[in-house]
Design a protein around this ligand. Structure first.
Ligand SMILES: [Zn+2]
Length: 148
C-alpha cells in the first residue's frame, strides 16, 4: 500500500532500521516488488515478510469498478486495477462486506504468491527460514488483523 494515511513504521511502532519496506498501491506483486523482497530475504536475512493491506483503500474501489462496471483507467493505472481483478472476482461469492472481502482476498492471494515465488522466496519458505504472512490495517483502530 502507498496510502499517505498508513505508514508501516507507524502501524507497528517501529524505528529507523527496523523495517525494509516495498510499497506499491494495493500491494500487488510486480517484478520490482519481488526483487526488493528477494533482496530483503536473501541478502539482509529478514525472517518475516508481511503483505499489508488496509481498509478504505481507494485503489481497491477502483479495481471493483473496473470489474463491475467495466471501467477503464488512463495510463498505467489500468494495470493496477487488472492485477486486482482476480481478487475482486474471488471475493464475489463470500459472505459479508464486499469491499473488506476484496481487501482481505487480495492480501491472501499475494501471500500465497509470495510463498510460491521461485526461486528465492519459495526455497526460503520451504526451508522455514522465512515466514510470509498477511495483514489488514484498520485506519479506525490502528490495529493490524492477520488474515494469512
Ligand atoms: Zn490503498
Amino acid at each position: 500500500m502507498s496510502d499517505s494515511r498508513v505508514s508501516p513504521e507507524f502501524c507497528f511502532d517501529e524505528q529507523r532500521g527496523d523495517l525494509f519496506v516495498a510499497r506499491v498501491a494495493v500491494n500487488y506483486l510486480t517484478t520490482d516488488c519481488v526483487a526488493t523482497l528477494e533482496y530483503a530475504a536473501a541478502v539482509l536475512h529478514t525472517p518475516l515478510i508481511m503483505a499489508l493491506g488496509h481498509e478504505s483503500c481507494g485503489a481497491v474501489g477502483a479495481a471493483i469498478d473496473a470489474v463491475d462496471k467495466n471501467r477503464q483507467f488512463p495510463g498505467h493505472i489500468q494495470s493496477m486495477a487488472s492485477a486486482l481483478a482476480p481478487a475482486v472476482r474471488a471475493a464475489k461469492t463470500l459472505p459479508g462486506e464486499r469491499f473488506e472481502n476484496v481487501v482481505r482476498m487480495n492480501v491472501i492471494r499475494n501471500v500465497d504468491k509470495l510463498r510460491k515465488q521461485p526461486p528465492i522466496l519459495s526455497k526460503l519458505v520451504e526451508e522455514r527460514k522465512i515466514l510470509v504472512v498477511g495483514g489488514v490495517y484498520s485506519l479506525k483502530t490502528g490495529e493490524v488483523t492477520l488474515v494469512a
